[in-house]
Design a protein around this ligand. Structure first.
Ligand code: PLP
Length: 408
């Protein structure tokens, strides 16, 4: 008789986006003429850069000839992309890494979820609260989360580190020992960033405790302010304690095309075993590489034309983020994030609940947002908006919110 992984039965339903979808669909059905603006889901809307499209067209042509045909590629990714990343994202910025420390994948979600494969079940996991739900759910699937306490909306064996306005969105070091620590900067959902000193204390903690930091920098290209680390490896000592995840999704429009990468330094050793070797073993066994065409497209981001075009698109979203921040502030709301991130984390007015404010904005301003409570208990009292809509919709949304809150 086959037995299932019981951990899956302990997972709560994927409540957040299903519930947002349900409420939005119900509203749309009863208000067929409403012009609903979507600022909830974190998907991009601008097309891929022309240089990327051109490279992908060329790659398709390659596949059409026997000389250019590519079958199974290296599981770790093609060297043309690994080298481009190594130089563009690390060496040129003064960070020493080697090409075989970079593993190409079909996106950061897979890697953030799969990394747990190479760690024991007994590890104690620490996450920020609010948090990108993939970190928590994948650890729950692996049996690292105890049981789900529905009243607390939290897993019993996960260390939740409140990351709120009160601590300037910089979580305190945990009082219990943590073995696997997830940090995300620029952060989803709060849009805030961790500075050098803050990351230094985590690197020191991890090295002292033989812990491992999973540093998710999927949004690093949105960093605009000087003095904000974009890679954990800008912190001395990080190579002996940190794995970094990166994605081309939000930075270059690859949410549909799918490509990202993970850095596992060779200096990272636990239980006397190289994590780079373990991850390589995991990937070569369970993953057959990202597609040739997509990797060619991703490499084009590192050409002068591609880099310029991608930057233009990011600037478009940055401007949206600024419009949202200023628009919400003009409506009298307290706003975080937005400056180094496409996410805007907004405090609800007068202590309103996240879902109540979500409903108000949907029903009275016809805007879909994401209730902060869906990202963890400490997200209650906030909503998240994204800068990925088009410009006109973004401006219209702000005018509607100002009118609704009596500030227009
Ligand atoms: N990490 C964070 C923090 C994210 O917000 C997302 C996507 O929303 C991902 C990873 C996943 O990115 P990808 O599209 O590369 O799987």
């Amino acid at each position: 008789m086959a037995h299932i992984n019981e951990n899956y039965t302990k997972l709560p339903g994927s409540y957040l986006f299903a519930e947002i979808g349900r409420r939005s669909a119900a509203f749309a059905a009863s208000h067929p003429d409403a012009d609903i603006i979507k600022m909830g889901i974190g998907d991009v809307t601008r097309p891929l850069a022309p240089a990327v499209i051109e490279a992908m067209h060329q790659a398709v042509e390659d596949l059409a000839t026997s000389e250019g045909f590519h079958g199974y590629g290296p599981e770790q990714g093609y060297d043309f992309l690994r080298e481009a990343i190594l130089h563009g994202d690390y060496l040129d910025r003064g960070i020493e890494l080697e090409v075989d420390e970079i593993f190409i994948s079909d996106g950061a979600k897979s890697d953030c979820g799969n990394i747990g494969d190479i760690f024991a079940t007994a590890n104690r996991v620490a996450v920020c609260d609010p948090v990108y739900p993939v970190y928590v759910d994948t650890n729950a699937m692996a049996g690292r989360a105890g049981y789900y306490d529905a009243a607390a909306e939290a897993w019993t064996d996960i260390i939740y580190m409140p990351t709120t306005a009160e601590n300037h969105f910089s979580p305190a070091l945990p009082s219990q020992d943590a073995d696997l620590i997830y940090l995300c900067s620029p952060n989803n959902p709060t849009g805030t960033v961790l500075g050098f000193e803050e990351l230094e204390q985590w690197v020191t903690y991890a090295n002292n405790h033989d812990a491992v930091i999973f540093f998710d920098s999927a949004y690093e290209r949105f960093v605009t302010e000087a003095g904000i680390p974009r890679s954990i490896y800008e912190i001395p000592g990080a190579k002996t304690c940190a794995i970094e995840f990166r994605s081309f999704s939000k930075t270059a429009g690859f949410t549909g095309a799918r490509c990202g990468y993970t850095v596992v330094p060779k200096a990272l050793v636990r239980d006397g075993v190289s994590l780079n070797a373990l991850w390589n073993r995991r990937q070569t066994t369970k993953f057959n590489g990202a597609s040739y065409v997509i990797q060619r497209g991703a490499a084009a981001i590192y050409t002068p034309d591609g880099a310029k075009q991608v930057e233009e698109t990011i600037d478009y979203y940055r401007t949206n983020a600024r419009i949202i921040k200023e628009g919400l502030e003009a409506a009298g709301l307290e706003v975080f994030g937005a400056v180094n991130s496409p996410y805007i984390w907004c405090k609800t007015p007068n202590g309103m609940g996240s879902w109540d404010f979500f409903d108000l904005l949907l029903e009275k301003a016809h805007i879909i947002t994401t209730p902060g409570a869906g990202f963890g208990p400490a997200g209650e009292g906030y909503i998240r908006l994204t800068a990925f809509s088009d410009r006109e919709a973004t401006q219209t949304a702000m005018a509607r919110i100002q009118q609704l809150l009596g500030c227009a």
